[in-house]
Design a protein around this ligand. Structure first.
Ligand code: GLY
Length: 374
């Protein structure tokens, strides 16, 4: 058992079980005002907080958190800075700027980094926390659905090199993850919906009952109905916590299941231009290609593909990509970390709620499913 869940009222807690690096994911709605108390409960000796937030996550959320910290000014010193939105901020230059900033602010090994924003902020601030003084504690406050259900949990932190995404980084677990689903009310539709792709992913790879729940509740999720959104975040975090608890550093292969659809998605993002599709949209099309490939290899019935397609469409996610070009995508896929001895390997479903790592996949099959998904 590598995750635990407890709940009361509009709050629940998922525990990531990692021995002395275990931590809670607190999920609530309308509780940003209480975050400061939860942080102080988890980190009682907090004396210096370093808030790093996305400049776009302005008020009310980041400001509310800042104000709450300032009320504790007698016991906690607060420094804050913001980072420009977008993948471009996951750079060596911004990493360097933040380390220098912590130094100027008088940070030391007792300082705690608090990352407020989406995946870019969490990855960047987490890597800064992992590196400053050989590692300081950090708290994740994700503000996008994608960050809430994926990147804020599990301790993957890092930055990009100019030609290689996420090439430099560290596994550095947060001390606490604080999620308030109300924060999503101000998220643009496209960003919110793209996060649903990762939510659907957990149903396919790990939790068949959750998949059935998603089929019945897709419309509530699309309409951001509060209870449904909170439940979907909880179930997603439970799956993520379970997988991370079993394979923290991606050594046994278990954690790789989280990359379902991602081999295709990364190739789509690289060849169709970053910025044209959001990550979750590319993952949705990637899951579609992966399920088609599983069907083509005789691993699943037509029913799985049909149910997954229907659910993704109900979540208003794209399931085809007219410009998908196998001649461009395949060379990118050959650089995937799962390639072994020049053979493509994929995370593919065996049934709803279970996936396997499938090796030695013929390039021709891959080419065909890309063409079928146009
Ligand atoms: N997002 C994949 C992982 O955390 O392993």
């Amino acid at each position: 058992m590598n995750s635990e869940r407890s709940s009361s009222g509009n709050q629940s807690c998922v525990r990531v079980q990692l021995g002395d690096r275990s931590y809670d994911i607190q999920i609530s709605s309308g509780e940003v005002g209480r975050f400061i108390d939860l942080i102080l409960e988890a980190i009682p000796d907090l004396s210096h907080a370093l808030l790093i937030s996305d400049e776009a996550v302005e008020s009310p959320w980041a400001d509310q958190l800042k104000a709450a910290f300032e009320q504790k000014a007698v016991t906690v010193r607060v420094s804050d800075t913001s980072v420009r939105s977008g993948e471009g901020s996951k750079s060596i230059e911004e990493f360097n700027r933040l380390l220098q900033w912590i130094l100027t602010e008088g940070g030391d090994r007792k300082s705690v980094v608090v990352a407020v924003g989406g995946g870019v902020i969490g990855d960047l601030a987490g890597y800064v926390a992992a590196s400053f003084a050989r590692g300081v504690r950090f708290v994740q406050v994700p503000t996008t659905l994608l960050a809430m259900v994926d990147s804020s949990v599990g301790g993957k932190t890092g930055i990009n090199l100019p030609t290689a995404k996420n090439m430099v980084g560290a596994f550095w677990q947060p001390s606490l993850v604080l999620i308030d689903s109300d924060v999503l009310s101000t998220l643009p539709d496209r960003s919110y919906l793209s996060g649903l792709a990762e939510v659907v992913k957990y149903g396919v790879i790990d939790d068949a009952d959750f998949f059935v729940w998603l089929e019945a509740n897709a419309l509530h999720l699309v309409n951001r109905q509060s209870d449904a959104v909170r439940y979907a975040i909880e179930k997603s975090c439970e799956s993520k916590a379970r997988v991370v608890g079993e394979d923290e550093r991606e050594t046994s292969g278990r954690r790789a299941i989280l990359n379902y659809g991602h081999t295709f998605a990364h190739a789509i993002e690289a060849t169709c231009g970053y910025g044209k599709l959001l990550h979750g949209e590319a993952v949705s099309i990637g899951m579609e290609m992966a399920a088609r490939l599983a069907q083509r290899l005789g691993l699943v019935s037509d029913d799985l593909l049909q149910r997954q397609t229907r659910l993704l469409v109900e979540c208003r996610l794209p399931v085809v990509l007219p410009e998908a070009d196998p001649d461009q995508m395949l060379p990118v896929m050959m650089r995937d970390k799962k390639v072994e001895h020049g053979k493509l390997r994929f995370i593919l479903p065996s049934q709803i709620g279970a996936v396997d790592l499938v090796g030695d996949v013929e390039k021709d099959f891959v080419r065909e499913v890309i063409l079928e998904t146009r």
